[in-house]
Design a binder for this molecule. Sequence first.
Ligand code: P5A
Length: 456
Amino acid sequence: MKLSNYFLPVLKENPKEAQIVSHRLMLRAGMIQQSSAGIYSWLPLGLKVLSKIEQIVREEQDNAGALEIKMPTIQPAEIWQESGRYDDYGLEMLRVKDRHERDMLYGPTNEEQVTDICRSHVKSYRALPLNLYHIQWKFRDEVRPRFGVMRGREFLMKDAYSFDLTPEDARVAYNKMFVSYLKTFARMELTAIPMEADTGPIGGDMSHEFIILADTGESGVFFHKDWLKTDLITNIDYSADLEPVIHKFTELYARTDEKHEPDNCPIKPEDLVEKRGIEVGHIFYFGTKYSKAMAASVSGTDGKPVDLHMGSYGIGVSRLVGGIIEASHDEKGIIWPEAVAPFKIAIVNLKPGNVATDELSETLYQAGLSNGHDCLYDDSKDSAGAKLATMDLIGIPWQIVVGPRGLERNSVELKHRKSGSVAEITPEMAHDFMSGQGRLSMPEADISEKDIPDAN
Ligand code: P5A
């Protein structure tokens, strides 16, 4: 993408309304625009990140055997009256009437709707197990929407729903989602710690929140220091018995401040870490709560009707955009993990109009494109300083800076946003870098920690 053809409305000033860093940076990087309290438009850069996160979530749900569907945002009131939640949900539910005066609502979650689908089509235990998910906008009229997309009123959620014949089978489904969440967040380079949680309006008797660590998080959390080991979550295979795997994780102490009892804490003080965190996922097992109320049963192995055992599993897809920024930024801006970066590489032409910088920049850009790299080519007329600041602000992981002075010495600069490393490399090496596939890395030679010198 050439910046001259893009829509990237970056802000120079810090927006006053933003209280936390992710909100500030999302506005400054031109990712979102507020429409009304807790409701946002997603601009090109923001949407790109949102879509990448969504795709990782989707792939890991698919790997765990869940099947994607798409349920509507608008639901009829009847199914919520059947489950008994229509009145309970209170003011958080946005209620609307259609032209026939029928009561409808903008879905805050989809347990009822998916149960209605299941009861219409699943009649025998033979169709089980079943796990259906969708990635869809939700609306919750939060009392205090705040922190940008972190606590919105309209937000994107991945919600999966499992249906099983027995509590034991439902536990298998729960375990699969538990593991898939660990894998999902690890792909985004997040440490997400599962913690026992209350079930709130969703209901049920088993539940875990997945919490990522960030100083600005809303929850205080206490956990065993081994959670910070980087190799904790690797190669868990779904075909194995997951019970011991889950046991290994749930044994490793982790509680939110609501559940942590300092006087009864089972781990040694020197092993205990106290931090703040953000809830990015929440999973529930609630047995037959909805299937009983809504008559969702199947004929069991003996032909008799059995109420389905259900669980539901949420990931805050739009919240994750803010959450990742909270966990990964510096004073210059966002530091995207490569897997969710809006562009993996930026080519910064410091002097558009200069034949040498134009030619090399264009060649590198084309090499990157033809090798499947998502690159952003800054061909704009902004000052060199502004260009470099923008690339750091929007967090592009790899930046190749092409300036006339460098070219006179036959060199360009390769910069790694996360480490801050800068390497002077030849245009040929830059070309090899753009042509390379797979994981990119700094060339071994010529790496320094210095800042990129001012251009021109
Ligand atoms: C599980 C899936 C549920 O709604 N029903 C379907 C269950 N759980 S939950 O904990 O209430 O929400 C799941 C995740 O959605 C994110 N989330 C939000 N994100 C942004 N703004 C909000 N107002 C908001 N509310 C919930 C969280 O990441 C939560 O873990």
